[in-house]
Design a protein around this ligand. Sequence first.
Ligand SMILES: [Zn+2]
Length: 76
Amino acid sequence: MSTKTTFSLGRIYCSVFGHRYRVTRKVTSHINEYQCMLCGHEATTDDKGKITKLTPQLKDINETLTTFHKKKNPAF
Ligand SMILES: [Zn+2]
């Protein structure tokens, strides 16, 4: 058993049970960025509230939203 085997088992786990996401960044009260603890896959909440793959474009939008949100709610 090597670490390589463990890693691929994580990938199999993800494809069977789905990713084990943890929140890596709070963008707004509705939108978060997530990363899978097992395979490192990144995701975010889209405008319909569903979890979707974190593309560079979505990362850009989230960046803008974070800045906007902080300005509007300094205490957040
Ligand atoms: Zn995963």
